[in-house]
Design a protein. Structure first.
Length: 317
């Protein structure tokens, strides 16, 4: 599907040999005829990526870390070493929601130990570990709360993080709400139109990641996505969802909860296939990340223990 956005070498050679910007613009306009491209640069020129040598689909951007163009790119997440875009944005939202609920649960259940410690009713060396767990969970809960609700705002307004900073440019100029179709339709674009699958780690986003309806195109239409390869009116069988669920469960058994696996291991713009070599590579990355994180927690635990002992000393004196 994305081969039609690829600029041939002959056209790229003509583009570089063109003497003026107007000549380069005409080359891009001629090649982009028939492509579902509405976004433009600030100068009004069709967006293209010189590194990937392709016309950029709407809302796509080049990631310097991944060295590829990402469909509906939101940002590059260093926590999972992957780009967040069209194919995994729903999984990213679920990732934030699951992590936030988990941190709130840990904070709420360990709060009693903080109260008992403050009253002097908690003895034993284990109290330092419980207090450390409480403060770490509380810290992550606060940061995840702001991040989660910020992305909820972006979902309801159909914007990416990049578009929130720089509104997309259309033929008529910048429009920060150019892709907004109403809050409910915006939510469906990310989570799909099947409510039973909204909170499950299954890809249900509408569209194909290349063409997006804008507000003017959406008015007066009842089913904009039919010509875009959407999941609307194209229900997949239960066997397909069972296959995806088992794949998620198996590939993440030794790494993390299966709710996060499809988000971590999903490939982006170039291909939709998940190879075993790619999964093994990701597993090794996650394993190394957890080893480094565990080592940092051990060091922080020692510092935190000394800090609590200092507080006890100050309180006794």
């Amino acid at each position: 599907m994305f081969k039609k956005f690829k600029i041939p070498d002959a056209e790229m050679e003509k583009f570089h040999q063109a003497g003026t910007e107007e000549a380069q613009r005409q080359i891009l306009e001629r090649f982009a005829q028939g492509l579902p491209v509405t976004n433009r640069t600030i100068k009004g020129v069709i967006r293209f990526c010189e590194k990937c040598q392709l016309i950029k689909p709407d809302r796509a951007h080049h990631c310097s870390v991944c060295s590829t163009c990402v469909l509906k790119m939101d940002h590059h997440c260093p926590w999972v070493n992957n780009c967040v875009g069209f194919h995994n944005y729903k999984f990213f939202m679920l990732f934030l929601a699951y992590a936030l609920l988990y941190c709130i649960f840990i904070t709420a259940t360990s709060l009693q130990y903080l109260i008992r410690f403050w009253k002097g009713e908690l003895d034993g060396m284990g109290r330092f570990h419980l207090l450390f767990l409480f403060f770490v969970a509380l810290m992550f809960a606060v940061s995840l709360t702001s991040l989660f609700f910020y992305h909820c705002y972006l979902v309801l307004h159909n914007r990416s993080t990049l578009e929130a900073f720089t509104p997309p440019m259309f033929r008529t100029g910048k429009d920060k709400d150019g892709f907004s179709l109403g809050k409910y339709n915006n939510f469906q674009e990310v989570f799909g139109d099947n409510r039973k699958l909204w909170f499950l780690p299954i890809f249900t986003s509408l569209g194909n990641g290349v063409a997006y309806p804008v507000r003017a195109q959406h008015q007066g239409t009842s089913n904009t996505y039919d010509s875009m390869g959407s999941t609307r009116n194209r229900r997949r069988s239960g066997k397909h969802f069972l296959h995806i669920f088992l794949l998620n469960l198996c590939t993440s058994f030794f790494t993390e909860p299966f709710f996060f696996s499809y988000y971590l291991f999903y490939t982006e713009f170039q291909s939709n296939k998940v190879t075993y070599i790619y999964l093994l590579h990701k597993c090794m990355q996650v394993l190394i990340l957890f080893m480094l994180l565990f080592n940092s927690i051990l060091k922080a635990n020692v510092i935190f223990k000394k800090f609590i002992e200092l507080l006890l000393t100050l309180r006794l004196t």
